[in-house]
Design a protein around this ligand. Structure first.
Ligand code: NAD
Length: 456
């Protein structure tokens, strides 16, 4: 496989891809070694994860450079991701023993009733490139903590990061063949699913999630899907500091070049504050430095996927044809590499792709609404259900609206945020199942019921 640097479009490394035989051999080894790993006491498994966290910290600068080279993520945002993902490790250190412990449920007469949480076995983790630390840790660290072996298929666009996870886990003391990396794209991912796996945890697009679900139908193994979103944010008319609200909303939309599953993808603004909000918002977006992602000052780097600038341009053209107005950006940048100018589009409506289809780039449509009822109607008008946000001075008013939305996470006066203490889950086309929180610890286990007759 050729690895391409999105900042200049040039190949910077070649790497040997897996094939059906090597995939089957890795699964065979994982199957064998999972049983040994499951027999290691939980506190020792957690110690390996803690040491892994320390090694990641020690190697942060080099790991950040690798991530930036392969995905184009601005270097400061790569550092932030690596530092931020550590909270998953702390969550496991603090919570795993509690939620994986045997539960004594009751004694019915002379029968003792227990639940033990057994690992699933070999867990396939097919992952995305946009936040490989965050979405990777959500799955493979939690799976390892519970005693599973992990078949990790990083995105073909974040392969070197995936290989460094393996190297550091083994350096931290994880026995060999407990975590294997599968190198390749869709074909290798699909070959992996043809093998004898015991669970599949996927992070990626709705289209791929659907294919995986149909390939696994009939296998009778747990399947969790963390998919895309078209996440709305609504600015109510009572906001006092519109400038700060615009800054926060813009960060939610443009951080990591808009390539976050929970990025703000569309904004609704109450008509009373629309003009003022828009002014602050465009000013903020115009201030973002675009450039070489290896430069510390860069906020907007290249997009990771080569085809994405053309896709974003098609959304702009579609919106313009239907009556929208581009307030800034709107075109593919002249720089070499996969750059798209940060773009704000006004006078949008739900006839336009930019308000309906996941953009996954530095582009946002902002729609004027007359009241909360109209905002709620448009916020709900989507096939996705990942997150939704409301900015308001009035918590009750915001919650009234948010409670009615069919999404996995709601935000009041914040957005584009993931906490390890809370379940991370999508609804509708945004996915099935939860990672993180205690649900995410238990997600990698299967309960076994024990009924133990103690006497007559
Ligand atoms: P993608 O669906 O293109 O690829 C994801 C992974 O699936 C990659 O490793 C890819 O090689 C593999 N794959 C592709 N086809 C396959 C097949 N037929 N069988 C098995 N594996 C296959 O997604 P992406 O471009 O890597 O990631 C972007 C998407 O991920 C966006 O839609 C984003 O919203 C979503 N995402 C969701 C979350 C979440 O937590 N909900 C987090 C991050 C990203």
């Amino acid at each position: 496989m050729e690895l391409i640097n999105p900042a200049n479009g040039r190949v910077f490394k070649e790497i040997q891809e897996d094939n059906a035989n090597s995939v089957a051999e890795k699964i065979r080894l994982l199957k064998k070694h999972q049983k040994i790993w499951a027999g290691v006491p939980l506190n020792e498994r957690l110690a390996v994860i803690s040491r892994f966290g320390e090694l990641v910290r020690q190697n942060k600068e080099q790991l950040a450079e690798t991530l930036t080279r392969e995905t184009g993520k601005p270097i400061q945002q790569s550092r932030n991701e690596i530092t931020g993902a550590h909270n998953r490790i702390e969550h496991l250190e603090n919570q795993a023993e509690k939620w994986l412990a045997e539960e004594r449920v009751s004694t019915e007469g002379t029968t003792l009733e227990l639940i033990r949480y057994e690992p699933l076995g070999v867990v396939a983790n097919i992952s995305a490139w946009n936040f490989p630390y965050n979405v990777g840790y959500n799955v493979f660290l939690y799976a390892l903590a519970a005693g599973n072996a992990v078949a990790y298929k990083p995105s073909e666009l974040a392969l070197l990061t995936g290989l460094s996870f393996q190297a550091l886990l083994e350096e931290a003391g994880l026995p060999k063949h407990t975590f294997e990396v599968f190198i390749g794209g869709a074909e290798v991912g699909s070959q992996l699913l043809d093998n004898d796996i015991d669970g599949c945890f996927f992070t990626g697009s709705y289209a791929t999630g659907k294919q995986i679900a149909s390939q696994l139908a009939g296998k009778m193994i747990p399947l969790q899907l963390e998919l895309g979103g078209k996440d709305p944010l609504y600015i109510m008319d009572d906001i006092k500091d519109l400038e700060q609200a615009a800054k926060n909303a813009a960060e939610g939309a443009f951080y990591n070049n808009g390539q976050s599953c929970c990025a703000v993808e569309r904004i609704y603004v109450h008509e009373k504050v629309y003009d003022e909000f828009l002014g602050h918002f465009v000013e903020e977006v115009n201030s973002y430095p675009m450039g070489d992602p290896m430069e510390g000052s860069t906020y907007i780097g290249p997009l990771t996927r080569k085809q994405q600038p053309a896709y974003l341009l098609s959304q702009v053209k579609d919106a313009l044809q239907k009556g929208a107005k581009v307030l800034c950006g709107g075109s593919i940048s002249r720089r070499e590499g996969f750059y798209f100018e940060p773009t704000v589009i006004a006078m949008v409506n739900h006839e336009m792709d930019v308000m309906k289809e996941e953009s996954f780039g530095p582009i946002i449509g902002i729609q004027k609404v007359k009241d909360d009822e109209e905002a709620a109607k448009w916020m709900a008008d989507t096939s996705y259900g990942l997150t939704a946000a409301v900015f308001s001075e009035d918590q009750e008013r915001a919650l009234r609206l948010l409670e009615g939305l069919n999404v996995g996470t709601v935000y009041w006066n914040c957005c584009d945020r993931v906490s390890p203490n809370l379940p991370w889950s999508g609804r509708k086309n945004s996915g099935v199942g939860s990672t993180l929180s205690y649900q995410g610890i238990r997600a990698f286990t299967q309960p076994k019921a024990y009924q133990l007759k103690l006497g007559d």
